[in-house]
Design a protein around this ligand. Structure first.
Ligand SMILES: Cc1cc2nc3c(=O)[nH]c(=O)nc-3n(C[C@H](O)[C@H](O)[C@H](O)COP(=O)(O)OP(=O)(O)OC[C@H]3O[C@@H](n4cnc5c(N)ncnc54)[C@H](O)[C@@H]3O)c2cc1C
Length: 361
């Protein structure tokens, strides 16, 4: 099979397909992993309880287990070698709905507890709300996931990793993948996993969002508290901010829904300066004593959602071509489920389970 794009979707799918006995070629326009990909960041949150969606919560209950399995496969069991920090996730929630949210977790077999905001003195929660804690959830060290997967794939005899190979077109009907140098790759199945750049290759209508993130260094006197702090969402004075904690060498990262805006594409420069957006994030006050934190970096990042549903999906765009053009705002943690789907699709396709590289000229 051929995978276009070596972000979390492409790499985790490649691992899963290789484990299932398939031959896999991964084409990536940059390095593998590519620091410019959406997936390449210090961390991504992994939480599974959605108090407003019991069905999705039940479906995603397996997520923790799947990432622990992947961690064991890719990193072994040496202490501190892994990438899943199970530090828990907090969510600010209206007090009147807290009991219902706990029930949603219990129904899916996921513990959720109501905790006192005072127990987390460096986080600011909206006045008068409840705080829910999902203790089994946590943070995926995203760039480490990518490095570990790339290393594993490089050593696997059935996998060809091809960095610096931009793809210029994918024919949805025939499954022909044409590279910028006019060479062609073909396989029994093609997965287009180019994140917010996918719409250049496949015709699946998506909307692109840009989000600014601010990376902070905590003052020395509270640095140790941050080492084991949980991730948190719906924080700040209005409950529209989120935070990922430092720990394992990362910085504290904050953002807010006020810094998430629709753009015409990744290259859209008709936008305000990143410093304006970062000022809005800091004004949302996700942390107490914001002034004591040092801004180390400001970065923007993009994700795409389906135009009609505003959600994420894996779409079949041709007889043997699949695309995760709409990977969504939770596309990192759900990547193992995409990989399952692709293995399922491959096992239904009939021989041969191989890929070929050739030049049509
Ligand atoms: C600010 C922000 C916060 C987020 N937070 C979370 C979170 O907490 N939890 C969570 O689960 N998800 C989160 N997400 C979403 C998640 O990061 C993405 O859904 C996910 O990383 C997408 O991965 P991907 O592999 O599909 O795409 P990408 O990581 O973008 O990878 C696509 C790859 O394709 C390559 N490529 C592009 N075009 C071509 C081409 N023509 N030829 C060859 N290669 C090509 C790119 O170089 C890149 O390496 C967040 C997203 C953003 C923007």
């Amino acid at each position: 099979m051929v995978i276009v794009g070596a972000g979390v979707t492409g790499l985790v799918s490649a691992v899963r397909c290789a484990l299932a006995g398939h031959q896999v070629t991964v084409l990536e326009r940059g390095a593998v992993p590519d620091p410019g990909s959406t997936s390449f960041d210090q961390h991504r949150a992994l939480r599974t309880v959605n108090p407003t969606d019991p069905e999705a919560t039940r479906r995603l209950a397996e997520t923790h287990h799947r990432w622990l399995e992947l961690e064991h496969l890719l990193c072994g069991s040496a202490p501190r070698a892994g990438f899943y920090r199970r530090v828990g996730v907090l969510t600010g929630w209206p007090a009147a709905k807290a009991a219902a949210a706990v029930a949603v977790g219990a129904d899916a077999g996921l513990p959720v507890e109501v905790v006192a905001p005072d127990a987390y003195p460096h986080l600011r929660f909206p006045e008068g709300g409840a705080v829910l804690r999902e203790p089994h959830a946590g943070v995926l060290l995203a760039d480490r996931v990518l490095w570990a997967a790339a290393g594993w794939l490089r050593r696997h005899p059935a996998v060809r990793l091809r960095p610096w190979c931009p793809v210029s077109s994918v024919d949805a009907d025939s499954g022909r993948v044409t590279l910028a140098d006019d060479t062609v790759e073909e396989g029994d199945l093609v997965l287009v996993a180019c994140g917010p750049w996918s719409s250049a290759l496949v015709d699946t209508p998506t909307v692109t969002y840009r989000q600014t993130m601010v990376y902070l260094r905590a003052p020395d006197e509270v640095a140790r508290w941050w080492d084991t702090a949980p991730s948190a969402g719906r924080i700040g004075t209005r409950g529209d901010a989120w935070m990922l904690p430092s720990g394992d060498g990362t910085l504290v990262k904050v953002s807010s829904s006020t810094a998430c805006r629709q753009v015409s594409g990744v290259d859209d420069e008709d936008d305000e300066d990143e410093h304006v957006w970062s000022a809005r994030i800091l004004a949302a006050q996700p942390l107490t004593d914001m002034d004591r934190y040092t801004v180390v970096a400001v970065k923007r990042c993009h994700y795409a959602v389906d135009t009609h549903t505003a959600g994420a999906h894996l779409a079949q765009v041709g007889p043997a071509v699949w695309a995760r053009a709409a990977s969504g705002g939770d596309g990192f943690r759900t990547a193992p489920f995409v990989a399952d789907h692709i293995v399922g699709a491959l096992s239904r396709s009939q021989p041969p389970l191989t890929t070929t590289g050739r030049n049509p000229r």
